[in-house]
Design a protein around this ligand. Structure first.
Ligand code: PLP
Length: 390
């Protein structure tokens, strides 16, 4: 297989070699069940608890507030359904129209169970406005769930204002920080009550996530059984995954300030290079209030060609995304996120996402800038090529 330059770090990140090595050596030596009382079990328990501290540190939480789950999706489900089960009805919650399906589909499920959900719109950059939240919040609003940063547009939400409004009205605040944690500073001390994480977005393994639940908040578990994770989530722990998650969180915490600045430099070079060479390119989402390595683009008049463009880039050795990885089976359908941001259905089908990560280099960005203009111009709709020849 020829070498691919991987620019799809929002879909998932490569496992950091240090994480992979830690997981491999753990897996070989430490197979005991962390609930076992013998020495081997106690050793594994210690290592799981160390990983809990490492994950907690990434978001400035107390380790007792971290519940390991099987994914970001499970963390989102546990937050919403767990709170609904704990508080009972009437249950009104507020979310946004651009959340990940892990939130939106869970909201649909809660509606089926009798909850009421308000879906806030966003502006053309993908930001939720505090006025919209103020208008929607009610005395029976129990929960507000707004993602820290969006996976499709990259836009970072104004969490402090949204948290403030939620708390002033007595609602808890949950944020899906799966895309944001490890990429921008995330601190639960700003008033976050529940927060979802996923290991595979921070150079850790797939199939491992966590939910932060502020001490004193009660949620009902989704899984019932042996009472692991202090009863919040029964099932023998995915110990290898948890060790990898902890190591990934520790590496990310240590290097974040430098890495964020480096990724912003790469992102800006990419955006500026594209703007110089491809006049019909436009940036989707907020120009600056966006995730460090996240570039979402459209090409005016060529939106119908997005999938062809993605495949041509793939052929040229670049892995990028159309919209979000979760919707690859719907690649030809307009993105609900872009539609919520005001793009028409054709434009909403035409978004491309280039997401840079830890292992990308300046040379790779420059190579992309050499290749992209030719591919875009080859895909010009037939009419404009005829026009250009005139
Ligand atoms: N939330 C957001 C914002 C995501 O981008 C994703 C994954 O793409 C998830 C949740 C789901 O995480 P996981 O893949 O760990 O289930």
């Amino acid at each position: 297989m020829k070498r691919t330059i991987y620019f799809d770090n929002s879909a998932t990140t490569p496992v950091d070699p240090i994480v992979a090595a830690a997981m491999a050596s753990f897996q070989e030596q430490y197979y005991a069940n962390p609930s076992s009382m013998h020495q081997s079990g106690r050793q594994v328990r210690e290592m799981v608890e160390k990983a809990r501290c490492q994950v907690a540190k990434l978001i400035h939480a107390n380790p007792v507030e971290i519940i390991f789950t099987s994914s970001g999706t499970e963390a989102d489900n546990l937050a919403l359904v767990g709170l609904f089960e704990a508080l009972g009805q009437p249950f009104h919650m507020i979310t946004s129209r651009i959340e990940h399906p892990a939130i939106l589909e869970t909201c649909k499920y809660l509606e089926w169970r009798g909850a009421t959900v308000t879906y806030l719109g966003v502006d053309e950059t993908g930001a939720v406005h505090s006025d919209a939240l103020k208008a929607a919040i009610r005395p029976e609003t129990r929960l507000v769930s707004i993602m820290t940063a969006n996976n499709v547009a990259g836009t970072i939400q104004p969490l402090p204002q949204l948290i403030d409004i939620s708390h002033r009205h007595g609602a808890l605040f949950h944020t899906d920080a799966v895309q944001a944690a490890g990429r921008i500073p995330v601190d639960v001390a700003q008033g976050i009550d529940l927060l979802s994480l996923s290991a595979h977005k921070i150079y850790g393994p797939k199939g491992c996530g966590a939910l932060f639940v502020r001490r004193g908040i009660h949620i009902e578990p989704l899984l019932h059984g042996g009472g692991q994770e202090s009863g919040w989530r029964s099932s023998t722990e995915n110990t290898t995954g948890i060790i990898g998650f902890g190591e990934a969180a520790a590496i990310t915490s240590r290097g974040m300030v430098k890495e964020t600045a480096r990724l912003v430099r790469l992102r800006e070079r990419l955006i500026e290079g594209i703007a110089l060479q491809i006049p019909n390119a436009y940036v989707i989402g907020d120009r600056y209030r966006r995730l460090p390595g996240h570039v979402a683009l459209g090409f005016a008049g060529q939106e119908g060609e997005a999938v062809k463009l993605l495949l041509a880039l793939d052929e040229a050795g670049f892995a990028i995304s159309a919209g979000s990885a979760c919707s690859s089976s719907h690649a030809a359908e307009p993105s609900y996120v872009l539609q919520a941001m005001g793009f028409n259905p054709l434009q909403a089908r035409g978004g491309l996402r280039i997401t840079l990560g830890r292992f990308n280099t300046l040379d790779e960005v420059d190579l992309f800038l050499e290749v992209l203009p030719g591919i875009v111009s080859d895909l010009r709709p037939i009419t404009s090529r005829i026009d250009a020849n005139r």
